[in-house]
Design a protein around this ligand. Structure first.
Ligand SMILES: *[C@@H]1O[C@H](CO)[C@@H](O)[C@H](O)[C@H]1NC(C)=O
Ligand SMILES: *[C@@H]1O[C@H](CO)[C@@H](O)[C@H](O)[C@H]1NC(C)=O
Ligand SMILES: *[C@@H]1O[C@H](CO)[C@@H](O)[C@H](O)[C@H]1NC(C)=O
Ligand SMILES: *[C@@H]1O[C@H](CO)[C@@H](O)[C@H](O)[C@H]1NC(C)=O
Ligand SMILES: *[C@@H]1O[C@H](CO)[C@@H](O)[C@H](O)[C@H]1NC(C)=O
Ligand SMILES: *[C@@H]1O[C@H](CO)[C@@H](O)[C@H](O)[C@H]1NC(C)=O
Ligand SMILES: *[C@@H]1O[C@H](CO)[C@@H](O)[C@H](O)[C@H]1NC(C)=O
Ligand SMILES: *[C@@H]1O[C@H](CO)[C@@H](O)[C@H](O)[C@H]1NC(C)=O
Ligand SMILES: *[C@@H]1O[C@H](CO)[C@@H](O)[C@H](O)[C@H]1NC(C)=O
Length: 415
């Protein structure tokens, strides 16, 4: 049945001849519901394109050109026999020079991350939302992102195979080495625990508003190749792990990480008005839900005296990490403990998604402004006496930053 979303796919395809993800190829293609899984295919004409646990191998590295999605340099995502019907399976085939209809895919990054089969009204789709290895993808009528998680394809990287720059117009780098320095331009950050997280801060003194495209990672641990948060900066830190996200909130003196004094700050997220995200090229990883998992959805605020950062997984990631309330600040977007003098790591429930009140959704600017959601309960808190900077103790393997692991963390072979 045609919907608004289908029409918008036509509109995009009609006005822009081709679209690619904002991130630099080669890329992993990961279902929105589980970033531990990747699309893969063999280097053989007719090989089915299926889900497998991410390894970052050549069978999972996709390169977007303006009109095709290539693998192995010369195979392309291909709709079997070009049959324009719901349920047609997708395979790889020799890339056609005069690109035939069956190989034309455009990526629609403006909020929905669909891979639209050009002008067919159909999108790359995960049959039955089945996230098991071996499930072969198909084409199906495009639905809006909210309607159909089976059509969200995030583009990502293995933590141990990061490009120098993930986005062309990026100021800093993602392949950061393992030597921290206070002049690092690393824009890869980690969210692991109360004593092992990073914040986005300006590379030089400035307001978040003025530097949002170029903020860099400042971490509590050295060893990520980032800057480190100077001792004495963090006055309170509350880390919580819920079923669907990790979150860290707190207070401190963030002029120490170059936030201009008196700056109320601003919001940072991986989308931005132009889909490049702020910072441009900023990537977020963590070990909470799977080893070295990339978080495709996250939202963050920082000002000179407080911060909050949430990184989400799974089918509800977009709602839990909603980034449209950019004028509402930490306390409204991420209700939680922000108390000074307490440093803790807790388990918790999910907050109700920001802006959602029963069956209605509030939009910024509409009067009256509703109260923030209640902070969800937390438990099993582990206290810390303070959070200072120190060396990373967790074993990241020899290859965390730069070299491909002989055996990367996610190595279950595809079935
Ligand atoms: C995501 O995929 C990984 C790898 O198959 C699996 O271990 C994990 O349980 C999956 N997570 C969810 C929420 O399905
Ligand atoms: C996709 O469709 C548009 C609009 O018809 C067309 O201009 C464009 O060339 C098509 N893309 C490819 C790769 O053929
Ligand atoms: C999910 O897909 C796998 C691989 O194709 C298949 O073996 C399994 O039966 C499917 N599960 C369901 C519930 O359809
Ligand atoms: C970031 O890049 C812009 C555009 O190239 C440049 O004007 C700016 O000085 C850069 N910022 C830093 C901190 O390097
Ligand atoms: C840092 O990286 C270098 C070069 O890749 C490697 O030789 C060294 O063992 C790494 N150090 C640590 C502490 O991981
Ligand atoms: C930092 O930047 C702010 C705003 O850009 C400016 O008002 C302030 O004077 C700067 N502070 C220092 C110490 O340079
Ligand atoms: C924050 O740190 C700066 C630089 O060390 C200092 O000048 C300022 O007084 C501190 N602000 C507060 C509120 O303590
Ligand atoms: C927290 O737990 C208490 C007791 O179980 C419950 O009454 C309360 O509603 C919970 N608060 C939230 C925000 O879920
Ligand atoms: C920060 O404090 C920790 C713990 O007190 C200490 O080990 C570390 O050397 C300090 N770092 C710096 C740069 O002073």
């Amino acid at each position: 049945m045609p919907s608004k979303a289908v029409l918008s796919v036509f509109a995009i395809a009609g006005t822009v001849s081709a679209q690619v993800p904002p991130y630099q190829s080669p890329l992993l293609l990961q279902p929105g519901a589980n970033a531990s899984m990747c699309l893969r295919a063999d280097n053989v004409d007719g090989s089915p394109v299926v889900l497998a646990v991410c390894t970052g191998g050549p069978d999972q590295l996709w390169t977007f050109t303006n009109d095709q999605v290539q693998i192995y340099g010369n195979k392309c995502l291909d709709v079997t026999n070009g049959v324009n019907a719901d349920g047609t399976k997708v395979q790889v085939w020799d890339c056609e020079i005069d690109i035939a209809f069956d190989q034309q895919f455009v990526y629609t990054p403006f909020g929905d991350n669909h891979l639209a089969w050009n002008n067919s009204g159909r999108c790359l789709d995960l049959p039955n939302g089945n996230l098991s290895s071996g499930n072969q993808v198909q084409v199906w009528a495009c639905n809006g992102a909210e309607d159909n998680n089976n059509q969200i394809w995030d583009t990502g990287y293995m933590y141990n195979n990061l490009p120098s720059k993930s986005e062309i117009s990026q100021n800093g780098t993602n392949n950061c080495g393992n030597v921290s320095s206070q002049t690092s331009m690393c824009q890869t950050m980690w969210m692991n625990d109360a004593d092992d997280f990073c914040l986005w801060g300006p590379p030089e003194n400035g307001t978040i508003g003025d530097t949002e495209q170029e903020v860099v990672a400042w971490c509590t641990k050295s060893g990520y190749g980032t800057r480190t948060i100077p001792n004495g900066t963090l006055a309170g830190v509350h880390f919580v792990r819920t079923p669907n996200y990790v979150q860290v909130t707190g207070v401190g003196n963030f002029t120490n990480i170059n936030v201009a004094m008196g700056d109320e700050g601003g919001e940072l997220d991986p989308h931005g008005a132009d889909s490049n995200g702020n910072p441009i090229g900023g990537l977020v990883f963590g070990n909470t839900f799977a080893p070295n998992l990339q978080y495709h959805e996250w939202t963050s605020f920082i000002g000179d005296t407080e911060f909050c950062m949430r990184a989400c997984i799974g089918p509800d990631a977009r709602g839990n990490c909603q980034h449209i309330y950019d004028e509402m600040g930490c306390f409204w977007n991420m209700p939680a403990n922000y108390d000074a003098g307490i440093f803790e790591s807790c388990l918790g429930d999910n907050d109700i998604p920001m802006g959602v009140y029963g069956t209605s959704t509030w939009f910024q600017g509409v009067s009256p402004t509703p109260s923030p959601q209640p902070a969800a309960n937390s438990s099993s808190c582990t206290p810390f006496s303070s959070i200072t900077s120190g060396p990373l103790k967790r074993d990241l393997g020899i290859d965390i930053l730069g070299k491909r692991a002989a055996s990367p963390a996610m190595t279950t072979p595809p079935s």
